[in-house]
Design a protein around this ligand. Sequence first.
Ligand code: ZN
Ligand code: ZN
Length: 381
Amino acid sequence: MSAPRSAPDRLRRELEAPDTLRAFGSGWISGVVGLALGAGGLLLVLSLRAPGAFSMPEITALHGHRGFRLVLLGLLAVAFAFSALSLALRRERILGTLGLAATLVAALLGGAQADALVPDPTPLFFGLDFFVLNVLFTGFLFVPVERLFPRRPEQAVFREEWREDIFYYLVSSLLVQVITLVTFGPAKGILAFAPLGGVRAWVGALPFLVQFAAIMFLTDFVQYWVHRAFHRVPWLWRFHAVHHSARSMDWMAGARMHFLEILALRATTVIPMFVLGFDAAAMNAYIFLVYLYSTFVHANLGWRFPVVEKFLVTPRFHHWHHGIEREAIDVNFAIHFPLLDRLFGTHYLPEDKWPEGYGIEHHPVPRGYVEQFKYPFRGDK
Ligand SMILES: [Zn+2]
Ligand SMILES: [Zn+2]
């Protein structure tokens, strides 16, 4: 008999339950799906109630649409059904109970019908709804594929440090306004002074696909060198080491990035795109693609792409960038095109081999978001 545990302890033990307790039919999958959708639904209802504080303007614009309300209603209904199913199947009831509780609280707060209740005090907002949609969309897209075609079948969905990586998602989603301001602010400043009208008109008139391809090549070239600098310049490496501290590769691992590195990467890609006059549709399509693409190359996916990997970055290519082996140090900097690594002498992709492990030798970066945020500013070594 083990001693009684607190609810958070029981929840964590359940999420991280061993293989045998997670089998299909055990009520684990329904419990996790029910809880994820229930908690997500509750946070979305909160952002409907206080859109000025918790909703991103692009998502607030959808609040009046029937489709948005129907999706939220469906989400809460599925959360309710799956949580109830888990309660029926599983002896440990914490997942089902919390899933049901979240759904009921969401319903009491107005559910899919909820309207703004709290006045908008400031122009500042946190992207709480962005966080929910981000994690649910990415998780439900990648987790099933990772379970079907894993690089490491033994790696659980809730592997070590999953909470830290979800927290990285949370911070970068909540602070989406800061990220946007820091990148578009300087871009507008440059535009005010630089006489680029002719170039901008020419670029903006190019067909969508040409603009999209041009953005991919341009940003990859810039990012190759920025990424390489983050590896080679010691004080920059201390920021980027946070990204490389991940010991498990999956859909969450790519989110682990020092906040100042996120700003630097966004600034060095968005500012040139904006200043050169690319169309907003092409820029937004690219930002969406690069988000999915970077999630994909970090994923726990064992797929080989023998032909494609010569031309495009694949999970195996980027996994080598994160490899713990000596031969994996400072290789494969490209985000999209391995050609850049071939040109500049940093390409490494041995036939049919994957790295043995991930992370940095001796694991110098501390664990936890706050410690990792402070890590580059610490005076040691
Ligand atoms: Zn790197
Ligand atoms: Zn990476």
